[in-house]
Design a protein around this ligand. Sequence first.
Ligand SMILES: [Zn+2]
Length: 257
Amino acid sequence: MTATSSRGAQTPEGRERLRVPPVLMYHSISPSALPDPHRVRVHPHRLDRHLRLLRRLGLRGVSLAELVRAHDRGTAAGLVGLTFDDGYTDFLEHAAPVLARHGMTGTVYVVAGRLAGRNEWDDGPRLDLLDAGGVRAVAAAGHEVGSHTLHHVHLRGADPAVLADEVGGSRRVLEEVLQAPVPGFAYPWGEFDAAAAEAARAAGYDHACVTGDYLPGDRFTIPRFYVAPGDGAPQLLAKLARHSWRMRGVEAPGPVR
Ligand SMILES: [Zn+2]
């Protein structure tokens, strides 16, 4: 066994590898019976069961900003990050009440150039996105609003002008809407490369999260895992366990492939 600090090891670039608690990634929370070909919809009752399970495990769901702040203070044990991508209007109607019931918060990653629009970046079904008032209501309810670019574009391999616009421009839009700093960013589809992570840092974000990837796993590539529409307690427990296992894996001595 090799001892490592609770703050984690170094990435090959010399950045701190964050040893953070698990972060769950949801999208739409809705009882809708519409087709869900991209598997982005979790029923509110199921979200309720997930949060009840977390409580039984002695865990509390928080926004990613709170999770990272707690990590920085060395007090992140017992927390789980809860994130909701794309900024669907159903967050306010169906997710926020469930979170409130359990005394938990989350982060909503908003597509800043599509406020009051719809998810035009995939082939449907079309879902409504929060408008500026809705974004403010999310923040007023105690949740974090983070950025998910201006137009939900692919950032891996994007040219510098697109990166600056989509990553930095979206932060400026949301800060204008909220009249408050926006510290968090999530890469659409979890797709990132070194240039995209650097763009997030350069745009002034405090941290950013990806999907699935555990490397490099620094402050601008924090791993998350996808919660599927049908995930029950066994699946969620398995994902939480896998997170611990992978966190240990990325801290193992020597190269990790
Ligand atoms: Zn997305």
